[in-house]
Design a protein around this ligand. Structure first.
Ligand SMILES: [Zn+2]
Length: 63
């Protein structure tokens, strides 16, 4: 499947955020901040899925 540069930028941006939040959640495991960070990482993953699928629907280069 062919994907454009914009898609890679969207995905790598989200992946960096998710990774950062996951690492933070692991460092703070068992604490309230850790839990909220883990939850936020899940939310970001859902946002990424939504952003990517809406990109696929509208992008003339991807598909
Ligand atoms: Zn695209």
């Amino acid at each position: 499947m062919r994907t454009c540069h914009r898609l890679h930028r969207i995905r790598s941006g989200f992946e960096q955020d998710i990774l950062y939040l996951k690492n933070y959640a692991e460092r703070k495991a068992g604490t309230a901040t850790g839990k909220s960070s883990a939850k936020h990482a899940d939310t970001m993953r859902q946002n990424m899925a939504r952003a990517l699928s809406s990109h696929f629907e509208h992008c003339p280069e991807c598909g």
